[in-house]
Design a protein around this ligand. Sequence first.
Ligand SMILES: [Zn+2]
Length: 646
Amino acid sequence: MKATPIGGERKHMENKIRIQDDLYHFVNDEWLEKAVIPEDRSSVGGFADLDIALEKMLMKLFKDMAEGKEEIPNENFGKAIAIYKAAMNTKKRDEDGIKPILKDLHAIQSIKSITELNEKAHALSLKGMRLPFNYGVDVDMKNSLVHSFILTGSSTILPDTTYYAEDNKQGPELLKVYKEMALELLAYTDLSKEEQEDYIEATLAYDKEVAKHAKSQLEWADYIANYNPMKFDEVCSLLAPFDFKKFMTELYGDKLPKQIIVYEPKAIKELKEVWNESTFETYKKWAYVRCLLSNAGCLTEEMRFIAGKYSRALSGNPKSSALEKYAYKVASGTFSEVVGIYYGQKYFGEEAKADVIEMVKEIIETYKKRIAKNTFLEEKTKEKAILKLSTMKIKMGYPDKADPFYDELKVDPNDSYYDMLDKIGVQSEKHALEKLYKPVDRGEWGMPGHLVNACYNPSANDITFPAAILQAPFYSIKQKREENLGGIGAVIGHEISHAFDNNGAQCDENGNLANWWTEEDYKKFKELTKGMIEQFDGIEINGGKVSGELVVSENIADNGGMAVTLEIMSTMKDADYEAYFKNWGRIWCMKGRPEYLKLLLSVDVHSPVVLRANMQPRNFKEWYETFGVKETDKMYIAPEKRICIW
Ligand SMILES: [Zn+2]
């Protein structure tokens, strides 16, 4: 199923790289040299390659269905095809031009005062207007069976608050691109030239203030720190003069929540400094520009191209997706679960499913054994950890049936493309908000079947492996068991370890925020965590430095994934450790654009791929034994510095 073979070791003679110095380049170098990144992508290799192959196949399917050459499997898939067709209909999109969005932009412009905003806030925000804060409904961290209403501040234009620092050179450059892009798009509106300039200046000024109170990506990485319950009345007074009570009453009638969970307390507590009577006009212009920019992609193709300029500057991609790919992405993204089930049923065999489920169960059992013989936990804590493993739910491949919401979702093929997406947005938003007083559905999937990824959900204590990741090099029935263990096995172990990373360790077997540790145990765990931060912190790579703290949870997970799969290897007769480590090196194979790799350093909670491949093996004795790694080799660290947490 894979388009390009991954890996490809070079002959030792021509290759100066020794595996003992650099596993990643040893196994991937030849491939890396030849690989060409598609112009509309920021990377190629590993996860991205599987994604490219899958995209190609599904794109063809969408095209055939739209042209009547392939049967549409069900009504919901039909709605996705209707979106696809509307996106592909550039003649109609060109005729409509800027028109469809103007009514929404005019609605923002016409608000005369905060009083008037309070009147219309509910209706306008459903239609996508940004309020001075963001809101939503999420699973309550302390009681994962119910939902809470959550609040954050506004999002910033630049990807992280660090870009706004005085000494950050990239920030101003990116804002320049943003400004040029905005001006190009504003030129399509009915604003005068002067107004256009004024609107973008106001937007940048307002954004600068928002950034002063926003959380950094590093702060967001501390998932538990999101839990800040506040009394409803207190929130009302913090948001005033915004009439939060009226807003919530329109949403929920008399049944108002007693508390709100404030994910970004600084932004909410200091909102008055950013948003008040005197900044109201600036705010409105900001809301106008942001509405235009986030929706311009669904107007004409010309505008879609312009609207992608800023994100292309961030990722370094020279080109935006071709129309066909774009149409596929929007349609399959909107009906992701429906498409994922179709993909899973068609391409993910029962044999593979049963095989991987067995593997997951074996890894969980091995994990339990490792916890039982763990040396830094007390018995009481071990019992709780084992309970968490015993109750962990496995979601493998794809769900049995799609969320019933897809059945309710209305798509009118006669609408303009913009209106079609706009109406879907309103319905989805309503659906999401209505969940507040409904029990949490533990059967919901966090990822669709056609996504090349995997995840652990701390609030449900479940792990999800979409069908799309269950392919080579991660997994294949044809691969050696050792290769599967170094691939999908380590990924499975990684996801399980998230139950015990710095965030997961603070939730119990039901996914509730609760302390199940003794004070002493937790102290020891924190020390080990600190060691993992130090191993990565400050490493210079991809034009910047690694923040050990930002990537710590993922590194703990990688470490745990390797530990548990090596434990399984130790029970095998004549286990092929070379095959294990080499496939571990192979799954991280990725060639990325420099801009993109640099961006990841500040926003991604995962370490750069080279480090994911090369850092963890050094923590395990099997690495040294297999390849005879010595003190003089680059992938050597002294035994006392090696860390194995789980
Ligand atoms: Zn992870």
